[in-house]
Design a protein around this ligand. Structure first.
Ligand code: ATP
Ligand code: MG
Length: 555
């Protein structure tokens, strides 16, 4: 029995299959290679791939490379990598829309022959002027009634380079009085002398998106062409093209709402601007929500899938809290990631009564909640590092960590009692002193007294120094994304680089993209760009605490 309700797309597909409109399902993801993919695209990829999986159908990857000016091969590669990383498998169905330029041209010729398309000499401005408005019908072009023969000849001339860019276009002949402006004789081909990354200088004319896209879908046998809401008004044109070009396969366009994150810059164009203006460090800067950046920051494909599932698909635009994405990575990593000790702001702790020169090996769980991750050996000794804020000379009320006279547990080791501290000439604490009680060794069953605080530590002798980066939102959330003048409200603290962190030695072997919990601190990931063998650099993915509550399911 169904336990979850079907979303509106599934309901439409169910109906199509029931009624025999299609025998099998084929979806596609059609990125334009003009930038890196972002979290919104992840939603579209996982949706399309998920539907193909669910119905035992096919999922195609098709580069929508019909607009040569903005496209780059670099983007083709990054897009493939991101989709594969998300786990969406296009198998052997990697397509380029530009491979269909020949067929698109044939379709245009077919329309001309049917009297459904004409070459128009109006300028772009005139076309706009003739198009009318939402309340007023458009005016027919004086070139609308050219003969089929003349149109065929002129279109061929367009193809052969007889005209300058913009001098002539091919338009579909539909209805200048249509209440839908998209149906008022839209331009379907333009003259443009541009070198294409795939077809080079072969073509001097290029098809427009609204004409090209349905043809691409129809050729590939796509059944459900899922796109975002802004194309809803284009659907009649989509259907017109499929119908008039007489494709046997008639794909159905279905629209859903884009994914937006509150106070986060999504949108390829906007991310590109941040990259080009040097506000961030390239497309993979861990503060961005491009897929490559999320990956570098430490998000996993599983966490992104969980997020996309939680958000669901809808017909209404809305914006989701970034905290929900953070919730998903915490959920994903809490059992999977080993929990190790890292001291981000170290101060020395000396155990005065621990014999000098001696050490011992302690066995510590890698993840208290998940015994499957096993134990590790940690060396303990007389000199340690603890976090600076785990000691206070004059503590406020309810401070249960180290202060003179107070006893705490050193995680996985012993109880220690603070006996004082040393300071430099500026009054900064340089060393904290304590004594330990050998009876209280962790795992010894000691229970004669309790302490209220547990703090983590690393051994001064075996710890290594590493860089750790803390991230916050790029945007100052108090003020919203944009200033009145259109500039971004940047958060000056979006990245904090800590160079003197002391980490336990097990972290030294971290490979790029390895995930960890640093106990009491957060989830971290070894940076894939700046880590060196034996010298990892860590990115904070998210802190441990969250204000996000999963909304209650309605029944
Ligand atoms: P952007 O607006 O960020 O530039 P785009 O729509 O121009 O994105 P394309 O490469 O054309 O980028 O999009 C590929 C697919 O991803 C399209 O089917 C598009 O509808 C979908 N898509 C783009 N942005 C989002 C989003 N925020 N949420 C869901 N799907 C999206
Ligand atoms: Mg686009």
């Amino acid at each position: 029995m169904e336990t979850t309700s079907r979303n509106f797309i599934e309901q439409m597909i169910d109906k199509d299959l029931e009624e025999g409109v299609y025998k099998a399902v084929c979806t596609r993801f059609p990125p334009e290679p003009n930038g890196y993919l972002h979290i919104g695209h992840a939603k579209s990829i996982l949706l399309n791939y998920g539907l193909a999986q669910q119905y035992g159908g096919k999922f195609n990857l098709r580069f929508d490379d019909t607009n040569p000016t903005k496209e780059k091969t670099e983007f083709v590669e990054s897009i493939k990598e991101d989709i594969a990383w998300l786990g969406a498998d296009w198998e052997d169905r990697l397509y380029f829309a530009s491979d269909y330029f020949g067929q698109m041209y044939e379709c245009a010729v077919k329309l001309i022959k049917k009297g459904k398309a004409y070459v128009c000499d109006l300028t772009a401005d005139q076309i706009r002027e003739y198009r009318g408005t939402l309340t007023e019908p458009g005016k027919e072009s004086p070139y609308r009634n050219r003969s089929v023969e003349e149109n065929l000849e002129l279109f061929e001339n367009m193809k052969n380079g007889c005209y300058a860019d913009g001098e002539k276009v091919l338009r579909a002949k539909i209805d200048m009085a249509s209440p839908n402006i998209n149906m008022r004789d839209p331009v379907i081909y333009r003259v443009a002398r541009m070198t294409h990354h795939n077809t080079g200088d072969k073509w001097l004319i290029y098809p427009m998106y609204d004409f090209a896209h349905p043809i691409e879908d129809a050729i590939e046998g796509v059944t459900h062409s899922i796109c975002t809401l802004e194309f809803e008004d284009h659907r009649p044109l989509y259907n017109w093209v499929v119908e008039e070009c007489e494709f046997e396969n008639k794909p159905r366009q279905i629209e859903f709402a884009k994914l937006y994150l509150t106070n986060v810059v999504t949108g390829k164009r906007y991310i590109k601007k941040l990259v080009e203006e040097g506000i961030v460090d390239g497309w993979t800067d861990p503060r961005l929500v491009s897929i490559a950046a999320l990956r570098r920051r430490g998000f996993t494909p599983e966490s992104i899938k969980m997020f996309v599932d939680l958000v669901g698909v809808s017909k209404a635009n809305s914006s989701v809290d970034y905290a929900m994405l953070e919730y998903c990575i915490r959920e994903d990593l809490k059992m999977k990631a080993p929990r190790l000790m890292a001291v981000l702001d170290p101060v020395k702790l000396v155990i005065d009564n621990y014999p000098e020169g001696e050490s011992e090996i302690l066995s510590i769980e890698n993840n208290l909640e998940n015994p499957e991750l096993g134990m590790r050996q940690v060396e303990f000794g007389r000199e340690l590092y603890i976090n600076r804020d785990d000691f206070m000379e004059e503590p406020p009320k309810k401070y249960f960590r180290l202060f003179p006279g107070n006893e705490v547990r050193l995680m996985g080791a012993y109880f220690v009692k603070c006996v004082g501290c040393e300071k430099d000439e500026n009054g900064n604490v340089t060393t904290v002193h304590c004594t330990y009680d050998p009876e209280t060794k962790c795992g010894s069953g000691f229970s004669a007294r309790k302490v209220k605080g547990t703090i983590h530590w690393v051994n001064a002798k075996t710890a290594f120094k590493a860089q750790v980066r803390l991230y916050e939102n790029l945007i100052d959330e108090e003020k919203g994304v944009y200033n009145p003048d259109g500039s971004l409200n940047l958060n000056p603290n979006s990245r904090t680089i800590l160079n003197d962190c002391m980490l336990e030695p097990a972290l030294k072997e971290a490979e790029p993209e390895d995930h960890f919990q640093f106990v009491r601190t957060g989830f971290f990931c070894a940076d894939s760009k700046d880590s060196q063998p034996g010298a990892p650099v860590f990115n904070r993915i998210v802190s441990l605490k969250s204000s996000f509550k999963l909304p209650k399911k309605e029944d």
